[in-house]
Ligand binder design. Structure first.
Ligand code: DC
Length: 223
């Protein structure tokens, strides 16, 4: 398999990270979760009492933090400097604040640069919101993954139950709608489908079906 770049974008809870991880494993590619990077910056900002919309302060904060992914099973571990944040970046507090941090120009510029460095050698599946449009505009394969708001809320509800979080379904639907709006309407690198991305609607598909579809698209584009 050629060491290509695969960009997977789409709104929150469309299944990007779940399928991106499996696709990367099947192809023996690296998997990079860019949402985890924005979440890690949000975590560090909250911890260091940096205002979440203070672009200059966030720029300074970023100079002091290294974000690392360490391969592990069942999921890769995330570190901010020497502190493991794998679980800590998935709390509702981070989820509800990350849109503000990810809208700041300096944060986007710095994380885009780091993501481009990670992807430089190819052999990578990267998921996020702006991978096909901004981070890797020349990626050989671009997928835009979507699902209905209701389906995404149901998925998040089930994930939350496992973690012991019991936010009602209608609240989750509202949060997802709000995050969609913020992600798609921010000034820099808003969530939009790249012209050359293939749209995959996962609403009524199983994880295996989505993975197979993406592998098929990769096969078509590379052969
Ligand atoms: O995929 P996720 O839910 O973990 O992403 C967390 C947030 O980070 C999401 O609200 C939007 C932002 N994000 C972004 O702006 N650009 C990316 N490439 C990835 C995530």
């Amino acid at each position: 398999m050629k060491k290509i770049q695969v960009a997977i974008d789409g709104p929150a809870s469309a299944g990007k990270s779940t399928v991106a991880k499996i696709v990367a494993k099947k192809l023996h590619f690296i998997y990079c979760d860019t949402g985890a990077m924005y979440r890690s910056v949000t975590f560090a900002a909250l911890k260091n009492h940096v205002k979440l919309d203070d672009d200059q302060a966030l720029k300074e904060l970023l100079k002091t933090i290294q974000i690392r992914f360490v391969p592990a099973e069942p999921e890769q571990r995330v570190f901010v400097n020497d502190e493991e944040v794998t679980q800590a970046i998935r709390t509702p507090e981070i989820t509800n604040n990350v849109s503000l941090v990810s809208a700041q120009p300096s944060v986007r510029a710095e994380l885009t640069k780091r993501q481009q460095e990670i992807a430089e050698a190819g052999g990578i599946v990267m998921d996020g919101r702006d991978i096909g449009t901004t981070v890797l505009p020349n990626a050989e394969v671009k997928i835009f993954l979507v699902a209905s708001v209701h389906e995404r809320a149901v998925r998040r509800f089930k994930e939350n139950q496992i973690k012991g979080i019991d936010t009602p379904l209608d609240v989750l639907e509202k949060e997802i709608e709000e995050r969609d709006y913020k992600d798609s309407h921010r000034e820099i690198s808003p969530l939009i489908q790249a012209k050359d991305a293939v749209l995959v609607d996962t609403t009524s598909l199983t994880i295996d079906q989505v993975v197979d579809k993406i592998l098929e698209i990769i096969d078509q584009k590379t052969n």
